[in-house]
Structure formats: structure tokens, C-alpha cells
Design a protein around this ligand. Structure first.
Ligand SMILES: Cc1cc2nc3c(=O)[nH]c(=O)nc-3n(C[C@H](O)[C@H](O)[C@H](O)COP(=O)(O)O)c2cc1C
Length: 383
């Protein structure tokens, strides 16, 4: 592990190596956003503007970064956001990410669009695992997915609401991205230059949408399966749609993808147990505000007791501290977990969590902040 730490002391180092090891189409699918990708940059850029004032007279040795969500004690206030097509980005990356979350006692949200089934992944994530649902249009399919998630032992359902429309992402269109991957000349050229990725693909097999395949008509061609996917997504998750899902799920329901404080309040009134402030990593609307800029407003609107979580642009323990200071109870990351797996391999996700824990603790120690709840008192607002 000491050697891994030396080579990959922080996320930018993992990202740089991941870029060299992933085929272009997979790299662009992961890192890309929509439009001019201003929203991707805004997420990271706005976070860097948040400053802290350290206080050296206070005594804050060995700060406590543990937290509690829905009564579950967790080792740190950060975890894994749902990311679709993990097996396309870095073949076989999903189980080690899930196991690392469990081993380190942090949360893991499995995507509807994962390339491992929700049943198989629960065995890896255990009590750390939540399931993310893209509510499908077909009520029978929705019922079945919810029943499967219950049977598999998930307690928390994360309903993602910020994909009402199929959006055009230029880079994916240019790369002809499809799942399972379509190996045209361009894709083959990308893949041929990335032997680590190809070897992993040979070992783990061609990725599929494991959670959705049971509902697709049998014998579809690759193109037809793509069209099928386009037809099953719900439109807007209106109040009625949300209520139906809420009524069917016996456990906790978290809404992911909200930016507007009033809408966050509306979902809570409709029975949500928590909110993830998110703009989907800048992949849906280039003119959307950054998650970090909306977080304090959502916190203020929902009050101190609501469960408010966030994702978008978090790339260090310092960024996690910034989000917590601005009102987040919990902070998720998407792309960094893929960076870690692609750069380091199966030990990458656990290393990443370890680095983030150390960075967060180090930040709090430096500030003189003993507890997560005190971080907001260290925010620095220049005149
Ligand atoms: C490649 C990729 C796939 C994603 N797939 C999903 C998904 O299936 N479901 C979902 O709710 N969010 C999905 N997201 C959004 C993430 O959950 C999260 O909101 C976002 O990645 C946070 O930004 P970050 O990557 O800067 O940490 C995806 C994001 C990426 C980058």
C-alpha cells in the first residue's frame, strides 16, 4: 500500500493515470458533460472558491469524521454516487468499489444502469448498499424492480429525478457509444491502444445492463437494445409518480438530482426522507448552477434536521469539508471512484477512500476543528 500511496497520493494523480489506461470513448463517456461542459467545470470551480479560516489556538487533535445516516453509524461523511456502465469504463470495477465501501464503512449507491445486478452487488456492499432507481415508464417493470430491490435486502431507495429527457452528449455521439459496446473501427482503434482495459474486458466479459436486461424482449440486436432503453425511461417524476413510488417502498426514500430549494421542500412534503443536491455531474443541463452553490440554500429551506446530501465536483477531503461546512450531512463522488479503479486496479477504490479520510482529517486538524458539525464556523467570507 505504501507504494500505491507514493504513486497515487491524491485524486489528480489517479485521474492522470486513468486517462492513459482507458480507451478514448470510455474516458469521454465518464468525464464528459453536456454542451460546452461549463457545468462540469462550474461544479469543481465553485468549490475551489470556498475558503476556510484556520484557528491555531483551538485544540483539535485527531478530529472525529464519523457520522450517522438513518441511524447507521458510518466511518466518514462521504461515499460512492451511482454511476452507470461501470463495466464499460473499467471492466470489472463495480465489485471492488462496492467491497471497498463496505470495508471502509461508507455508503455506496448502485445505479439502475450498473453492469452488475442489484442482487450480486448487494452481496458486495452489505449494509453500505443503497439502490438507485430510474423510475421506468412501465408500471409492471417498476413494481418488479422495487420488489427485487426489497428482496435483495436494500433499505434505502434513491430516486433520481433529473433525467426527464434523453440528452445529447456530443462526445458520446461522435464516439458512437453504445452498450454493449459496438466495436466499429473507431472503437477498436481506441481499445487497441489500451491493453490494460482490453485484458480486463477479456477477463470480465462484455458489459451489459444487468438490471434491465430481464425486461428487454429477447433476441434484440445491439441497436434495438439501445432503442429499447430510450423507450423505458420515465419523463418527469411528478408529485403523483413520486407518491406511487413512495407508497410502494417500505424503507427510506432519497431524492437525487434536486437543485431548487422549493422543489427539495416539495419532495420532502411528499414523503422523501432525504435529498441529494446534484446536477448529475454536469451531464444534463449546461446552464445549471453548481451543486455547491445551491447546497446552502437547500439546507436553509429544509432546516437543520432534514437529511441533505450532495454530489458534484468533489475531488479531495478538503472539498468534502467544504460541502459539510455549507450544510451537507453526506457527500458523494462519482468519477473519482472510476479514476481509482482504472489507475490502480482492484485495490484502487479502497486506497481512494483511505486518502480521502486522511485528507479530511488533516484538513480539520489544520483548521482546529474537532467535529464535522463545527466546520461551518471556520468558513471564511472575505469582505
Ligand atoms: C459516467 C457517469 C454515469 C452516471 N450514471 C448515473 C446513474 O446511472 N444514475 C444516477 O443517478 N446518476 C448517475 N451519474 C451521476 C452521478 O451519480 C453523480 O451525480 C455525479 O457523477 C457527481 O459528480 P462527480 O462525478 O463530479 O463526483 C453518472 C455520472 C457519471 C459521470
Amino acid at each position: 500500500m505504501a507504494n500505491i500511496d507514493k504513486r497515487f497520493p491524491s485524486i489528480p494523480h489517479m485521474k492522470a493515470t486513468a486517462r492513459r489506461r482507458m480507451p478514448g470513448f470510455a474516458w469521454e463517456y465518464m468525464t464528459g458533460g453536456i454542451g460546452l461542459e461549463e457545468n462540469v467545470r462550474r461544479n469543481t470551480g465553485d468549490l475551489q472558491k470556498i475558503l476556510f479560516m484556520p484557528r491555531y489556538l483551538s485544540d483539535a487533535q485527531d478530529p472525529d469524521i464519523s457520522t450517522t445516516v438513518f441511524g447507521q453509524r458510518l466511518a466518514a461523511p462521504f461515499g460512492v454516487a451511482p454511476v452507470g456502465l461501470g463495466g464499460l469504463q473499467w471492466p470489472g470495477c463495480e465489485p471492488p468499489i462496492g467491497r471497498a465501501a463496505r470495508r471502509h464503512d461508507v455508503l455506496h449507491i448502485l445505479s439502475t444502469h450498473a453492469t452488475q445486478s442489484l442482487e450480486a452487488m448487494k452481496a458486495h456492499t452489505g449494509p453500505s448498499g443503497w439502490f438507485q432507481l430510474y423510475p421506468p415508464k412501465d408500471p409492471a417493470m417498476e413494481t418488479d424492480m422495487i420488489e427485487r430491490a426489497k428482496r435483495a435486502g436494500y433499505d434505502v431507495l434513491v430516486v433520481t429525478v433529473d433525467i426527464p429527457a434523453v440528452t445529447r452528449r456530443d462526445r458520446d455521439i461522435r464516439n458512437g457509444l453504445s452498450v454493449p459496446p459496438q466495436f466499429d473501427l473507431r472503437t477498436v482503434c481506441h481499445a487497441a491502444m489500451r491493453p490494460h482495459w482490453l485484458l480486463r474486458l477479456a477477463r470480465h466479459g462484455i458489459p451489459h445492463f444487468e438490471n434491465l436486461e430481464p425486461y428487454a424482449p429477447k433476441g434484440l440486436s445491439i441497436r434495438e437494445f439501445g432503442e429499447f432503453l430510450g423507450t423505458i425511461l420515465s419523463n418527469h417524476i411528478t408529485a403523483d409518480r413520486f407518491r406511487q413510488i413512495r407508497d410502494r417502498w417500505p424503507g427510506k426514500v432519497v431524492v437525487k438530482g434536486v437543485l431548487d430549494p422549493e422543489e427539495a421542500a416539495a419532495y420532502m412534503t411528499l414523503g422523501a426522507d432525504g435529498i441529494i443536491v446534484s446536477n448529475h455531474g454536469g451531464r444534463q443541463l449546461d446552464a445549471a448552477p453548481s451543486s455547491v452553490s445551491m447546497l446552502p440554500h437547500v439546507r436553509r429551506r429544509l432546516g437543520p434536521d432534514a437529511l441533505v446530501m450532495v454530489d458534484g465536483g468533489v475531488r479531495s477531503g478538503l472539498d468534502i469539508a467544504r460541502m459539510v461546512a455549507l450544510g451537507a450531512d453526506y457527500v458523494f463522488m462519482g468519477r473519482p471512484f472510476i479514476f481509482s479503479a482504472a489507475a490502480i486496479g482492484d485495490d484502487g477504490p479502497a486506497h481512494l477512500i483511505d486518502v480521502l479520510k486522511q485528507e479530511l482529517r488533516g484538513t480539520m486538524w489544520q483548521l482546529g476543528c474537532p467535529r464535522l458539525a463545527d466546520l461551518h464556523t471556520f468558513l471564511h467570507k472575505p469582505e
